[in-house]
Design a binder for this molecule. Structure first.
Ligand code: FPP
Ligand code: MG
Length: 303
């Protein structure tokens, strides 16, 4: 099944449209993340093989992406395969990788559709842990979708948050080593901007598990966390709307908490009078980083 379902099969009912209009009067989360948990329990419940559960999980991702786009969510991040998942049985890992391969090929064959819907896709994780053909197709997808700017989808594959944070710290250390940055330039804000995935507003995990499982730990410091009972393939638009409503109710409280948190600001380096030189170095570092990451312009969403 396609990632972009524009065949009319996902058109909202009148009740869903009405509810969406009500939700749109409130604050819409800019960035929503999903821990798509419960595929194997779903497969067991339906007495089908595990991979069928994961395949239904992909179909649900296509639905969730459409619900997000219809509400005007600009960025969606999904946990498709954690680096920890490599510890699962060889059969399941091979099956999931084959599913990723097939879905990526389908995504590539539908690049015009992605362009039409303005979907930019980024695959984030330890690429070197993936087979070379998957790495190649992932790079192609990123390249052909990098100028699409209505919605960004980050697919986390062979990912853990601690690996992502470690990679960002290494990039910053290299920047210092090369003289682009000084140690004084390292702030929370710089780390946030060096990570591949930006701050999350609403994080949803299905299947009743109440934990983050090493997903977006830095980015979810001030997210609204929504832990829901349904298994991922059973997750419905009403469950999604419920989470967005909860986010809207918590919005003011979260914004207040954010205001008091940002204390780790720039300090002028020795011999410098103000922080303008820090800003210039940080700017140069981030521009360089963007180029090294394939020139994908992360500013496009705010334009
Ligand atoms: C967690 O459920 C789900 C996964 C580890 C895989 C998620 C993958 C997909 C939804 C397919 C996405 C594919 C692409 C290419 C984006 P689980 O296996 O932990 O199930 P359980 O909690 O019931 O054991
Ligand atoms: Mg699970």
């Amino acid at each position: 099944m396609s990632l972009i379902r524009d065949d009319g099969s996902l058109e909202p009912s009148w009740a869903q449209s009405l509810f969406a209009r009500i939700i749109k009067r409130g604050k819409i989360p800019r960035h929503v993340a999903f821990i798509m948990d419960g595929n194997r329990r779903y497969a067991a419940k339906k007495q089908v093989v595990k991979l069928e559960g994961h395949s239904k999980g992909f179909d649900k991702l296509a639905e969730a992406l459409k619900w997000c786009q219809d509400l005007g969510v600009e960025e969606v991040t999904v946990y498709a395969f954690s680096a920890e998942n490599f510890k699962r049985s060889k059969d399941e890992v091979d099956g999931l990788m084959e599913l990723a391969r097939q879905k990526f090929e389908r995504i590539m064959s539908e690049k015009e559709k992605l362009e039409e819907h303005g979907v930019c896709i980024k695959i984030v994780g330890e690429m070197k842990l993936l087979a070379s053909d998957i790495q190649e197709i992932a790079a192609k997808i990123e390249n052909v979708t990098k100028l699409n700017h209505k919605c960004r989808l980050n697919i986390c594959l062979a990912y853990t948050s601690r690996l992502e944070i470690s990679a960002a710290i290494r990039e910053i250390a290299t920047g210092v080593e090369q003289g682009i940055l000084l140690p004084e330039d390292i702030t929370e804000d710089l780390i946030t901007k060096t990570l591949e995935i930006p701050t999350v507003d609403l994080l949803i995990r299905t299947s009743g598990e109440v934990r983050l499982s090493d997903f977006l730990l830095w980015q979810s410091s001030f997210s609204y966390l929504s832990f829901l009972k349904p298994l991922w393939p059973e997750f419905s638009i009403w469950d999604f709307y419920g989470s967005v409503l909860q986010y809207q109710r918590a919005f003011d409280k979260i914004e207040n908490a954010k205001e008091y948190s940002n204390i780790n600001t720039l300090e002028p380096a020795d011999g410098e009078n103000d922080v303008s030189a820090n800003y210039a170095r940080v700017d140069a570092f981030l521009k360089n980083l963007k180029l090294e990451r394939g020139g994908i312009n992360t500013d496009i969403l705010s334009t």
